[in-house]
Design a protein around this ligand. Structure first.
Ligand SMILES: Cc1ncc(COP(=O)(O)O)c(C=O)c1O
Length: 351
């Protein structure tokens, strides 16, 4: 099949059934492999949706510049889209950004602005957003997608990703997805609540994330978890929240690679851990899990034994028995934190 642009290859990602990591109770886990997108993650869809809408309503002009704060997959996606559609792309990041991301976006011609001074808590999120605002004033015809607050993020998943999923898997019982900006869980759940109201939606978040209003703590997994409730999270469409610890998510990611041949990222590992727990609770259920990116992004971290051991995570994986398929399944039956009904902001009703 001949495509007119690399952007036509975004989406239509494969769904793969787990064969060895199964609860043996008639439940079935199907993994949607978003790492197959051309810039490597589900963010290709999000970025393409936000850029395309901004083009159509004039927020992004033909010779415009895209400016975004990112240290990961959103930057890769925007760098690819900018190159393919002819926009200058300026990505605001910080010294903690993975080298692989810097190399990837540079290869695609994006420019980097590195913010070197953190705020009083040692964080870079706010200083990065301040730099984006300043760049927006300085660069004419600049467009800031603002993935945390732009409603086109969640609606892209509500309209496009959900439609694709329902075409591929018309009937299922549970959706499990990780939460970063909240875009894909909220968008998918919004459509499911309308078209498949019986489907239970489970948001998997890092233990320590404040996305759903829990107290903020520390976590090491990348891709999920946030220190404040993001504007793109719609808790009213999410039935349950499962907070997953680093050793559970990373241990599951490593086991998916070794037992299933699925090299997926850390947030995907966490989501599959949540799905396994749900599979234990729901014999016979068909569960769809979104794997947001591929494990190749983490070869130097959670797939690196020395990196894991230096941080004490390898020891926790071993202590919890997550280093064998049997041990992982046993751990998923009794996770550190159990899935809970989603906390609702005061006054929020179920849809
Ligand atoms: C690897 C990975 N996992 C999960 C997520 C969370 O997705 P969302 O922002 O749609 O909540 C992201 C988004 O940044 C990601 O890059």
């Amino acid at each position: 099949m001949i495509h007119d642009s690399v952007l036509e290859t975004v989406g239509r990602t494969p769904v793969v059934r787990l064969n060895r990591l199964t609860m043996g109770n008639g439940s079935e886990i199907l993994v949607k492999m978003e790492g197959f997108n051309p810039a490597g993650s589900i963010k290709d869809r999000t970025a393409l949706g936000m850029v395309t809408r901004a083009e159509s309503d004039g927020r992004l002009k033909p010779d415009g510049t895209i400016v975004e704060s990112t240290s990961g997959n959103m930057g890769k996606a925007l760098a690819m889209i900018g190159a393919a559609r002819g926009y200058r792309v300026v990505l605001v990041t910080d010294p903690k950004a993975p080298r692989s991301m810097i190399e990837f976006v540079s290869a695609l011609g994006a420019e980097l602005e590195i913010v070197r001074t953190p705020d009083e808590n040692g964080g870079y999120q706010e200083p990065r957003r301040r730099r984006v605002r300043r760049l927006m004033e300085e660069i004419p015809d600049s467009f800031w997608p603002d993935q945390y607050n732009n409603p086109d993020n969640a609606s892209t998943h509500a309209e496009i990703t959900a439609r694709e999923l329902l075409d591929e898997v018309p009937e299922f019982d549970v959706l499990v997805a990780a939460v970063g900006t909240g875009g894909h869980i909220s968008g998918l759940s919004r459509t499911l609540k309308r078209e498949r109201p019986g489907v239970v939606t489970v948001g998997v978040d890092a233990d320590g994330s404040a996305a759903f209003g829990y107290p903020v703590g520390h976590w090491a997994m990348r891709g999920l978890g946030i220190a404040w409730p993001p504007g793109n999270l719609s808790p009213e469409y999410v039935d349950r929240v499962h907070l997953v610890r680093d050793h559970e998510g990373m241990g599951t990611g490593r086991m998916l690679a070794r037992s299933e041949g699925l090299l997926v990222g850390e947030s995907a590992g966490a989501a599959v851990f949540g799905a396994l727990h749900h599979a234990h609770l729901a014999p016979g259920a068909r569960i769809v899990v979104v794997a947001p990116d591929a494990g190749v992004n983490y070869l130097g971290e959670s797939f690196d034994d020395a990196w894991l051991r230096e941080r004490g995570i390898a020891q926790r994986i071993e202590a919890a028995g997550l280093d064998t398929p049997r041990g992982l399944l046993a751990a998923a039956r009794r996770p550190s934190r159990r899935a809970e009904p989603t906390p609702r902001p005061a006054g929020a009703a179920r849809p």
